[in-house]
Design a protein. Structure first.
Length: 122
């Protein structure tokens, strides 16, 4: 049922396409039609364009995003001794290797205590 209906629609479409290709005779021969020079396409209006010399310049691209950052690893730094820090050779965010000294404490108090202990021992 459906296939016969599709077949009929296909035959109808092919017939219409074949008939639309036929040109009704208006008294002109095919040679006269072919002998006409082709018409030039209508000219399009000109668009105004601007030209600029290319120059090197920096481009800043910024985005404001909302989110939460999580470090892949965290380290808790604590000292075995307390004291005044006299040197920090690194800045926050710098990469350091394990065992690297990241802070130096003032050891004047410790040296005084050591000297006192050595003196009392003798």
């Amino acid at each position: 049922m459906v296939s016969s209906r599709c077949f009929n629609i296909l035959i109808l479409a092919l017939s219409l396409q074949a008939l639309s290709g036929c040109n009704p005779s208006d008294g002109k021969s095919a040679e006269a039609t072919l002998a006409k020079p082709p018409q030039a396409p209508a000219e399009r209006p000109a668009h105004a364009i601007e030209i600029e010399v290319v120059k090197r310049q920096s481009i800043s691209i910024s985005r404001t995003l909302t989110g939460t950052l999580e470090a892949p690893r965290t380290v808790h730094v604590h000292g075995e001794l307390s004291g005044r820090i006299v040197e920090l050779p690194f800045f926050e965010g710098d990469k350091v290797k394990q065992g690297t000294v990241i802070a130096r404490l003032d050891d004047a108090v410790l040296r005084a205590q050591l000297a006192k202990a050595v003196a009392t021992r003798k």
